[in-house]
Design a protein around this ligand. Structure first.
Ligand code: NZQ
Ligand code: ZN
Length: 385
C-alpha cells in the first residue's frame, strides 16, 4: 500500500427528518446564504424543511445554480454576499449546487483579480466561507469531499481545496424520492465509476481499500436497479443504501493509499463541456472503452474485478476480462444509460475536437501511469463509438 494521510472532517447527519439538525449545526449568529438550483427543492418540500430549521437564523437565498454550474451564474452570488455580510453558505441540492457553492465560498474571499484563477491556474485557495449542505441527489460525493467542477466558456474544469470541504452534510434518503429515473440512474452510475477510478488500476496490496471498493460496487449493482423498478423504487432502505454508497465512494477513504486513474472523468468532462451531455452519461460511454484500451496495464485488477464482482472463474484470462467488460456494460444498460458515443449522437468526426480540448486543458498524461496521451485518448474515444 502507498503512504497516505487521511482526514475527512464533514459531520454527517444521516436519515429521515435530519434536515432539522441544521438548526444546531449552523452557529446561531451566522448570516446564512442558502444556495440552490432550479427549484426542485420547492416542489418536494425540502425548501420548507430548510426554512423551518433556519427559522431562528438570519438567512438569504441564491437560486438558479444550474447542472454543470457555470462561472457566470456563480459570480452573481458575490454581490449578495457582500451586500448582506454573509458568513455561512448552506448548499441545498445535488453535486452541481454543492460544487457551485464551493466555488462561491472561495470566490467570496478571493484577493486576486479573477477567482477563475484557482480553477484554471490551479492557484491555492487561501480563504473560503464555511459551507454546510443538504444533499438531494446521491452521486458525486461532493457533500463530504474537497473537489468541485465548474464550467466557463465550454471548459469544464475541476479544482480542489480542503477549505471548501463542507462542515456538515445532511443525508436524508427520503428527499431522493422525487428524483426522476434519469437522475437516479446518473447518480448510481457516477458513484460506480468513482469507485472504479480508484479501484481499477494496479495492485499495491491495499486489501482494505479493495474490499471496501468491492463492497460498494456490489451494493450499487444490487440496489441501483431496485431504485428504478416500480415495486421497489419508493423503498427508503434502497435509497439509503445508494445514498451512503455514493458518499463513501468519493469521501477519500477508498482512494487513500492506492493509485488512482480518473481518465474516464477527464475525457468525460470534455464531452460534457462540448455537447452538454449529463456527467454520468459520459462516464458510462468512456469507462468500458478505457477498460478495453488499458486492459494490459489493468490486467491484474481486471481479473480481480471479474472474479470478485461478477463471479467469473471459468475460462482463460482474456475470456474473463472480456466478459467482465460486457457485464459492466450490461449493468449500465440496466441502469438505462448509454454505453456508446453513437447513442449520444457523437460521430467519429467529433473526436478530433475532443482530443484537442484535452490537450488544451493539459490532460496529456492521464491515468494511473500517466500513460494516456492524447493519442491514447483518441483510441479510447474511437473504441467508444
Ligand atoms: O436544479 P434543481 O431544480 O435542484 O434540479 C436538479 C438538477 O436539474 C435535479 N435534482 C436534484 N435533486 C433532486 C432533483 N430533482 C428532483 N428531486 C431531487 N431530490 O437533478 C438535476 C441534476 O442535478 P446535479 O446537481 O447537476 O446532479 P449531480 O449531483 O449528478 O451533479 C453533477 C455535477 O457534479 C460534478 C459533475 O461534473 C456535475 O457538474 N461532479 C462533482 C464531483 C465532486 N465535487 O467531487 C465529482 C463528480 O465526478 C462530478 O464531476
Ligand atoms: Zn463523477
Amino acid at each position: 500500500m502507498l503512504n497516505f494521510s487521511f482526514q475527512n472532517t464533514t459531520q454527517i447527519h444521516f436519515g429521515e427528518d435530519q434536515i432539522k439538525t441544521i438548526r444546531q449545526a449552523i452557529p446561531a449568529s451566522a448570516r446564512v446564504l442558502v444556495t440552490y438550483g432550479g427549484g426542485s427543492i420547492k416542489a418536494n418540500g425540502v425548501y420548507e424543511q430548510v426554512a423551518e430549521a433556519l427559522s431562528e437564523h438570519t438567512w438569504f437565498e441564491f437560486s438558479g445554480i444550474e447542472p454543470n454550474p457555470s462561472y457566470d451564474t456563480l459570480m452573481k452570488a458575490l454581490d449578495l454576499i457582500q451586500q448582506h455580510n454573509i458568513d455561512f453558505l448552506l448548499a441545498v441540492g445535488g453535486g452541481s449546487v454543492i460544487d457551485g457553492t464551493k466555488f462561491i465560498a472561495g470566490a467570496a474571499l478571493y484577493k486576486g483579480n479573477d477567482p477563475w484563477d484557482f480553477v484554471a491556474k490551479g492557484q491555492a485557495i487561501e480563504q473560503a466561507l464555511p459551507i454546510g449542505c443538504v444533499l438531494t441527489l446521491p452521486a458525486t460525493g461532493s457533500e463530504t469531499n474537497v473537489g468541485a467542477v465548474v464550467t466557463r466558456d465550454n471548459a469544464k474544469l475541476a479544482f480542489q481545496s480542503p477549505l471548501v470541504r463542507p462542515l456538515f452534510a445532511v443525508l436524508d434518503p427520503s428527499v431522493t424520492l422525487s428524483l426522476s429515473d434519469r437522475q437516479i440512474s446518473n447518480g448510481v452510475v457516477d458513484a460506480f465509476v468513482h469507485i472504479m477510478e480508484q479501484y481499477l488500476t494496479y495492485n499495491v496490496n491495499g486489501k482494505v481499500q479493495d474490499r471496501f471498493s468491492e463492497g460498494l460496487l456490489l451494493t450499487l449493482i444490487e440496489e441501483g436497479p431496485k431504485a428504478l423498478a416500480a415495486d421497489t423504487k419508493h423503498d427508503l432502505e434502497v435509497r439509503g443504501n445508494i445514498m451512503w454508497a455514493a458518499t463513501m465512494a468519493l469521501n477519500g477513504l477508498i482512494g487513500a493509499g492506492v493509485p488512482q486513474d480518473w481518465s474516464t472523468h477527464m475525457i468525460g468532462h470534455e464531452i460534457t463541456g462540448t455537447y452538454g451531455v449529463d456527467h454520468a452519461r459520459t462516464l458510462s460511454v468512456v469507462l468500458p472503452a478505457v477498460m478495453k484500451i488499458c486492459r494490459d496495464s489493468k490486467r491484474e485488477k481486471l481479473l480481480q474485478y471479474a472474479e470478485r464482482i461478477w463471479n467469473l472463474t471459468e475460462g482463460d484470462d482474456d475470456v474473463r476480462i472480456n466478459r467482465a467488460i460486457e457485464l459492466t456494460e450490461q449493468f449500465f444498460e440496466t441502469m438505462q444509460v448509454p454505453v456508446r458515443l453513437s447513442q449520444l449522437d457523437i460521430a467519429e468526426t467529433g473526436i478530433d475536437a475532443l482530443v484537442d480540448k484535452l490537450t488544451q486543458h493539459g490532460m496529456i498524461q492521464l491515468g494511473e501511469h500517466g500513460a494516456i496521451t492524447p493519442e491514447v485518448s483518441r483510441n479510447i474515444l474511437t473504441t467508444a463509438l
